[in-house]
Design a protein around this ligand. Structure first.
Ligand SMILES: Nc1nc2c(ncn2[C@@H]2O[C@H](COP(=O)(O)OP(=O)(O)OP(=O)(O)O)[C@@H](O)[C@H]2O)c(=O)[nH]1
Length: 664
């Protein structure tokens, strides 16, 4: 029997209106080039020798004591991009053009999911009390999926602006960001935005800040980024409260790579924070973790377009071009040093570790090469994604992709859809389980006792499993108190265990739940929004692995296993899940000319079954009266025909069928 499974794509493209931006922006973690499209560069900032010399001289003239490296961290829509625009305007870094749009463009997915993927790194010159300062506004991805990248970019800062909407108050991402900054011992400048709104409640939010983070009300700034009110105060606070970077110019070069992007002509461009020493064109450098050598072709700063300078030295933040072939070579968190002066690498380097997996296949196998090219191109820009060739009996040759988290998966799949014109099939996302197996033969076969399995197709037989561990997250939820019961109920249904809950003011609550990652990867965000009328915000962080009791549920159609529908399910949910899957298939698989038995099984045990009745063509319709044997003969022929059909039956499962089945 041949099963033809057609496309299902769980992540339709929502990014079409950002297409241009995305096609040009080299990495979703990297800077956006839209900044230079919406603002005109100031005269003299064009890259020519004179301009370059001028900038080099200016950089040299600013001592390290007058450098400030900072980042703006905020929950989505709290006004980060608007504030960045105002700072650039006030400092005359860029002059706005008529009909300008926001400088910091963003991905639609951020809006939908309430998270920020990326911002913008830019160097600002600012004259304060008669002295020239260099303020480096540093890009942070801002979401915990990219915790490693966030902490590396924060490692390039000495302080942050914690921006909070005075109307909405503290949200889940504000909490996550605050602790990341606190953990790195950065100076935190709390800033309330949107105080121009009639509904703004700055005093209530100041109380929240006090009760949650112990913030001194005197230190909180109140601004309207939209109108520009109070933005001068922000610049003043940056200069007066954030310390200058520490650096030893006499020591050999030590620089941190905290971002990278791909440029068609220059290869991978790395963004560096120079800790010690200096770096210039022609230097031979080594990246500590890969051990590779490069000759530096160009160094410079971002304003926000690249402006070449002679030397980058201690305290500076700038780019390095050295003909790296892909961003995989410019590893975030890696240390750069001079070839003949090796240094101890900076702490905190961690290679990216994928935790969410999904299969991706071309709709039509003839598109395999085109899709391979598209994937290679995307992976060049996004070294955090892992791409492993995989084959499925039903979907043909494809790949299994690994992502840092859900957001990463969504952004990647949307970008894939843009890079790759034809339709692709993406299977339901899953997590990696750690499975301890027994039996000498089995262990020898796999080469180890603890297997990491992300594809249900590779799940060992139940009798060989000793123990399974699954990835957990610590979720933080901020919500109005009246929604607590509904939200807590949802978390418990998703096997969450409450850790703590507290009121942060008269109406708002914060609760923390430990949840299995697998329970939140499909529709948790939407479910949280729907039970709280959109008021609750959710964020999560990695919480290691815990022993769990899960098993594999297979789906059989006429005894034939549909590998793509196999799922790893917690035992407490096996019966319900089996019934749900079978009922759903019975409801949505189109009837055929023959009977189809649908079964959900664990091993040999059938947990649920259903039947899809055949069409019944009335073969006797044209027989009027006469001999009954003729009628029986017709019916016998029909039964024979159906038997044959069943043998060669071609059950077609369409894209919609899959989406329906996988939806909860
Ligand atoms: N009334 C008012 N609206 C503001 C103010 N600052 C920003 N906004 C509006 O708030 C919305 C979100 O602002 P953004 O600057 O895009 O917010 P963001 O934090 O950068 O959002 P992401 O990039 O999605 O994380 C926009 O519609 C802004 O016009 C303000 O001071 N007052």
């Amino acid at each position: 029997m041949i099963f033809r499974l057609k496309v299902f794509q769980t992540y339709p493209s929502k990014l079409s209106k950002h297409r241009d931006h995305l096609l040009f922006s080299s990495s979703f973690l990297s800077r956006s080039i839209s900044i230079s499209q919406s603002f005109a560069a100031k005269p003299g900032s064009d890259q020519n020798e004179e301009g370059s010399n001028k900038i080099s001289e200016k950089l040299k003239s600013i001592p390290i004591s007058r450098i400030r490296n900072f980042s703006i961290i905020a929950h989505v829509d709290h006004g980060k991009s608007t504030l960045a625009d105002r700072l650039l305007e006030i400092t005359d870094t860029l002059r706005p053009e008529a009909g300008k749009q926001q400088v910091l463009d963003r991905l639609q997915v951020e809006k939908e999911r309430g998270i920020t993927v990326k911002a913008q790194t830019v160097s600002i010159f600012y004259n304060y009390k008669g002295e020239e300062y260099l303020l480096n506004l540093i890009d942070t991805p801002g979401h915990v999926d990219f915790a490693n990248e966030v902490s590396r970019s924060l490692a390039a800062c000495q302080g942050v602006i914690l921006l909070i909407d005075a109307n909405q108050g503290i949200q889940a991402q504000t909490v996550a960001n605050f602790y990341l900054a606190l953990f790195q011992e950065l100076v935190i400048i709390p800033v309330l935005n949107k105080v121009d709104l009639k509904t703004a409640q700055p005093e209530a939010v100041i109380k929240q800040l006090g009760s949650l983070f112990d913030v001194d009300p005197e230190t909180v700034l109140k601004i309207s980024a939209k109108l520009g009110t109070g933005c001068d105060e922000v610049l003043k606070a940056i200069i007066e409260r954030i310390p200058a970077p520490q650096s030893n110019p006499e020591s050999p070069l030590k620089a941190l790579i905290f971002d990278s992007w791909y440029n068609k002509y220059q290869g991978a461009v790395s963004l560096l924070s120079i800790k010690d020493g200096s770096l210039k064109k022609g230097d031979t450098v080594v990246t500590a973790h890969s051990g590779k050598q490069y000759i530096v072709k160009s160094v410079g700063i971002l304003r926000p377009h690249e402006e070449e300078v002679e030397t980058l030295s201690g305290g500076h933040v700038g780019y390095m071009m050295c003909n790296m072939r892909s961003t995989a070579e410019a590893k975030i968190g890696d240390t750069v040093y001079l070839k003949n002066a090796p240094v101890e690498p900076l702490p905190g380097f961690r290679p990216p570790r994928p935790i969410v997996f999904a299969g991706v296949y071309p709709m039509d196998q003839s598109e395999h090469i085109a899709m391979k090219k598209a994937l290679e191109k995307l992976a060049l820009n996004d070294p955090a994604v892992t791409v492993i060739p995989d084959t499925s009996a039903a979907l043909g040759a494809g790949w299994r992709l690994g992502f840092l988290g859900l957001l990463h998966l969504e952004v990647f799949s949307q970008r894939l859809e843009q890079e790759y014109d034809a339709t692709s099939i993406m299977t339901a996302p899953g997590v990696t389980y750690k499975v301890r197996i027994k039996g000498d033969k089995i262990v020898r076969l796999h080469g180890k006792e603890l297997l990491e399995i992300s594809n249900p197709a590779h799940w060992p037989e139940q009798q060989h499993i000793v123990e399974v561990q699954e990835p957990m997250v610590l979720g933080t939820l901020l919500l109005p108190e009246q929604y607590y019961n509904q939200v807590a109920k949802l978390c418990i249904e998703r096997r969450g265990v409450e850790q703590e809950s507290s009121m942060i003011d008269k109406t708002q609550m914060m609760c923390k739940f430990i949840l299995p990652l697998n329970e939140i990867i499909v529709d948790f965000h939407d479910a949280i929004k729907s039970v709280s009328s959109g008021f609750a915000s959710f964020d999560y962080e990695d919480h290691g692995y815990e022993v769990t009791d899960v098993t594999k549920v297979d789906i059989l159609l006429n005894q034939k296993k549909i590998e793509e529908l196999s799922m790893i399910v917690h035992v407490s949910k096996v019966k319900d899940e089996a019934k749900r899957l079978v009922d759903k298939l019975v409801e949505i698989v189109p009837r055929q000319q023959f009977h189809i038995a649908v079964q959900a099984v664990v091993g040999a045990k059938v947990l649920s079954r259903g039947d899809i009745k055949p069409y019944r063509k009335d073969v006797t319709a044209k027989l009027y009266g006469g001999d009954l044997t003729r009628k029986y003969k017709k019916l016998r022929q029909q039964a024979e025909g159906k038997k044959k059909l069943k043998m060669v039956g071609n059950i077609q499962l369409h894209r919609e069928t899959f989406i329906e089945v996988l939806k909860r």
